[in-house]
Write a protein that binds this ligand. Sequence first.
Ligand SMILES: *[C@@H]1O[C@H](CO)[C@@H](O)[C@H](O)[C@H]1NC(C)=O
Ligand SMILES: *[C@@H]1O[C@H](CO)[C@@H](O)[C@H](O)[C@H]1NC(C)=O
Length: 324
Amino acid sequence: MGRKPDAVAKSYHSGGGGAAASSPRAARKASPSPVFLGTALFVLGFVSLFTGHVVTDADWARIRSRWRPKQHRNYEPIDIWESKYSSMYYGCSERSTGFRSAVPENSSTGYLLIATSGGLNQQRIGITDAVVVAWILNATLVVPELDHHSFWKDDSDFSDIFDVEWFISHLSKDVTIVKRIPYEVMLSMDKLPWTMRAPRKSVPEFYIDEVLPILMRRRALQLTKFDYRLTSDLDEDLQKLRCRVNFHALKFTSSIHAMGQKLVQKLRLMNTRYVAIHLRFEPDMLAFSGCYYGGGEKERKELGEIRKRWDTLPVRLLKLGVEC
Ligand SMILES: *[C@@H]1O[C@H](CO)[C@@H](O)[C@H](O)[C@H]1NC(C)=O
Ligand SMILES: *[C@@H]1O[C@H](CO)[C@@H](O)[C@H](O)[C@H]1NC(C)=O
């Protein structure tokens, strides 16, 4: 759940309060205000007192035309079902020919474990980055364990959600992945795997300089709370690796897939088009909104407790929620 506070705090700081709140404001800003046009006209007129130039209809038309296209764009109907830009997007997860191949388990620098964190989406991002970090370190990756303790208290394992055999085989050219640390390696280690936490958005050099020496010394190392611990600013080949993991290697198990198909089929029977909305009406987000939702003393107490957890929360939100 660690990520959520930051994500939301950011949207608070950017003055947004969500897309719904910010877009009308943006639209208002984009259209020329009468005050601005009036001021422009006044300045032109004022200048013309000295130059002897009188604002003509032609000048006025020119000023207006400068604004008109923008004004026009605001009122253009939006077709949410298609985009003229969609043809410009394409997948780019193909492995480049020169991309370094997976290091075999017996010559890798050690076993990398991660503890994922947050909801499934956040964990997925962590798993994707773990593969990239394993590549950077020439390490063998141990199939990540899912987070059983945060918000959802979901006890599913990786193999309950994702096709683990596919995950391993699909990435075998890039990174060696094993299900667990081999027994004899465990026996040879005199201590439990070392744990450490990388700072948010660490660069590859951090992993080489700070993590690799410990990994090599200890043979196995666990990176804890591994969410958003790798910078998004990676070179192209590593971004492609991210795409291979996220869009190809992480495949839901067949039972989840079948359930998804069933849902889609049912929706399609009702209509050819549908919109899925994730309301995110959940305690942590409610706490973040700073609002009171009419749940009485119980709500105030529970959301108040959650609010206390985040030191990034603006002070005004720490007070009891207000109706909004
Ligand atoms: C490492 O394992 C591979 C098979 O995966 C084997 O061919 C190779 O000889 C091994 N190398 C060493 C140094 O043990
Ligand atoms: C990983 O292996 C490659 C090729 O063997 C080598 O060039 C690179 O320096 C290694 N990196 C690390 C972090 O060990």
